[in-house]
Design a protein around this ligand. Structure first.
Ligand SMILES: Nc1nc2c(ncn2[C@@H]2O[C@H](COP(=O)(O)OP(=O)(O)OP(=O)(O)O)[C@@H](O)[C@H]2O)c(=O)[nH]1
Ligand SMILES: [Mg+2]
Ligand SMILES: [Zn+2]
Length: 294
């Protein structure tokens, strides 16, 4: 048996890199299908080799972390990439990505790319929202090289995933961070102002500085992770300083009277747009509870 890491799944095969950095093309053992066990990129697996090139995945070792979207295992750090412009950042989607990362026990780092397309005054308000909450943010440009050194430092010695909508520059950033990767990148369609899913597969790449990164195809919508409505506020760190002062225990910061979180929104201490997303997410969770737990 050889142990290795799944670096890619493609056409029914899993590509497993062993500790000598040799890549084996593997089929999963038949029972994986029966037991509906999934093999994810990032998984540590044991394989039995058949010849000098092929093997069979016999066992998936226990995962340290697991992200549902994008589907990857054993990641420490989720680089949530959004373009500041072209395509316009969708902050509702950004907040969903952050939530997914945190629910998957993975630290989110927000990377605002394409800063070359905006003036400083245009960048500051968006950045401020997330800086103030305490999220780690990086502002980058593949065109000017801004922020790339900082991004490299974040990736060093970590296993990170690049996630975000299509066309925001995930693959371009990776190419810039490590010349030689030669990942395919795509033009933004002028008419739609969206990418066209240039990256088609989830793939784990090894960096020269000791880090590993997963490039993923972008997506434009995202379901929330499964959780109880009472848990949601815990994923909005800016609410932490306030909810102890709500009148009701178990206040959902929605319709309840004397809610300290709502007061903080009114006084501007909590960002209104973030709060609006909180309410939208809350309604989504309640809707799912009604459907599934009745
Ligand atoms: N102006 C500007 N354009 C950029 C920057 N980074 C990437 N682009 C352009 O944005 C387009 C999309 O880049 P990709 O790297 O393919 O985007 P992606 O996020 O990997 O997209 P998918 O693989 O479809 O998810 C390309 O035309 C890039 O040249 C940047 O910093 N500034
Ligand atoms: Mg890409
Ligand atoms: Zn409240």
């Amino acid at each position: 048996m050889i142990e290795g890491t799944v670096i890619k799944g493609y056409g029914g095969f899993y590509y497993v890199k062993d500790d000598q950095k040799y890549v084996w093309e593997c089929k999963p053992r038949g029972r994986f299908k029966i037991e509906k066990q999934l093999i994810l990129v990032g998984d540590r697996v044991q394989i039995k080799t058949i010849n000098k090139k092929n093997g069979v995945v016999e066992k998936v070792l226990p995962r340290i972390t697991e992200l549902v979207r994008p589907p990857v295992a054993n990641i420490d750090c989720a680089i949530v990439v959004f373009a500041l412009k072209s395509p316009e950042p969708n902050l509702n989607l950004l907040d969903r990505f952050i939530l997914l990362a945190e629910a998957g026990k993975t630290e989110p780092v927000i990377c605002f790319n394409k800063v070359d397309l905006l003036s400083n005054e245009e960048v500051t308000p968006v950045l401020d929202i997330y800086d103030k909450i305490g999220y780690r943010t990086i502002v980058t440009s593949v065109k000017t090289g801004a922020g790339l050194e900082e991004l490299r430092a974040v990736l060093k010695d970590h296993i990170s995933v690049f996630a975000g909508p299509s066309g925001v520059g995930k693959s371009s950033l990776l190419n810039a961070v490590q010349p030689g990767l030669q990942l395919k990148t795509g033009e933004i369609s002028e008419k739609l102002q969206r990418g066209r899913h240039t990256t088609r597969h989830v793939e784990l790449l090894e960096l020269d500085n000791g880090g590993y990164v997963v490039d993923t195809p972008g997506f434009s919508s995202l379901y929330l992770p499964q959780m109880l409505k009472e848990e949601l506020a815990g994923f909005f760190p800016e609410m932490n300083n306030f909810w102890q002062n709500c009148r009701f225990n178990g206040c959902l910061h929605n319709q309840e009277p004397d809610c300290a979180v709502k007061s903080a929104v009114e006084s501007g201490e909590i960002n209104k747009e973030r709060y609006a997303h909180y309410i939208m997410f809350l309604e989504e969770i309640v809707f799912h509870e009604r459907r599934f737990y009745k």
